[in-house]
Design a protein around this ligand. Structure first.
Ligand code: FMN
Length: 241
């Protein structure tokens, strides 16, 4: 099985610790590919919209983005890990999510995403872990991923692992190990079921694409939807065996 991990920070701190504990049971059996931000995607999306209007391979940062995208598409499980920075995900991770704007469902979602599983790991000192998870979840759900599990933790005492009370460390450890055990039990040879809400969102985007097509047959998004057969009877969740 393949796991792709996107780390919102390069720091080997508490988020890293939590992510390591989550991955621990998979270490012997899975192929784990990790990306650390900003190192693995150091440049900002500058809003040129080339990815939307032409092709993502023409993006000035395509070398970084395509490498990460290839790994995400091959993954059976996707893990995002980010601390809360000013109540949101790190700027480095937000930048990566901006680069993947063209993969949102109203544009050119990858069919592989509709049957994938993802886990979001976030923590904060006092407030912001949930809004951080939402930043990531918004993108993942609009990429088409149906099964998204969120893990959040509040440290409350300190931002250094060794300075946390034993009780706090034990509670975080217990909760993350429980989640990891649950995800280890999944049979990853079976794609996850696409949720009804994802199908509804897809169908709304399909109506939008049809109306855009009536005005602009040259739209890159429309051509993509047409090539995939989504404007007719094909659906991304049907294509993947
Ligand atoms: C720039 C910055 C902003 C932060 N903003 C918040 C915040 O808004 N709310 C909060 O509870 N903790 C905040 N924190 C604490 C982090 O969420 C986190 O708990 C801390 O950085 C330890 O995690 P790490 O070792 O993985 O970096 C912030 C930390 C940094 C460095």
């Amino acid at each position: 099985m393949n796991i792709t991990v996107i780390n919102g920070s390069e720091k080997h701190g508490i988020t890293y610790n939590i992510k390591e504990m989550f991955l621990e049971p998979f270490r012997q059996t899975a192929t784990i590919t990790e990306f650390y931000l900003p190192k693995d995607c150091p440049n900002f999306c500058i809003g040129c919209t080339t990815c939307f209007t032409k092709d993502a391979i023409l993006c000035k940062d395509a070398d970084y983005i395509q490498k990460i995208e290839k790994s995400l598409l091959q993954a059976d499980l996707i893990v995002f890990a980010s601390p809360a920075y000013v109540m949101h995900t790190t700027g480095a991770l937000k930048n990566l999510l901006d680069h993947f704007g063209y993969r949102w469902m109203p544009h050119r979602p990858a069919k592989e995403m509709f049957t994938k599983r993802a886990v979001i790991l976030t923590q904060c000192l006092g407030a912001g872990a949930k809004s951080t998870a939402k930043d990531i979840r918004d993108s993942l759900s609009w990429w088409g991923i149906s099964k998204i599990k969120v893990f959040t933790a509040k440290l409350m005492q300190d931002i250094v692992w060794d300075n946390l009370s034993e009780k706090k460390r034990n509670s975080i450890t217990k909760n993350i190990k429980r989640l990891s055990k649950k995800f280890k039990k999944i049979d990853y040879s079976k794609p996850t079921k696409t949720r009804t809400i994802t199908k509804i969102k897809f169908n709304i985007c399909r109506i939008i694409q049809k109306s855009i097509r009536a005005k602009n047959i040259e739209s890159a998004d429309c051509k993509y939807w047409e090539q995939n057969g989504w404007l007719k009877n094909n659906r991304p969740w049907k294509r993947i065996k």
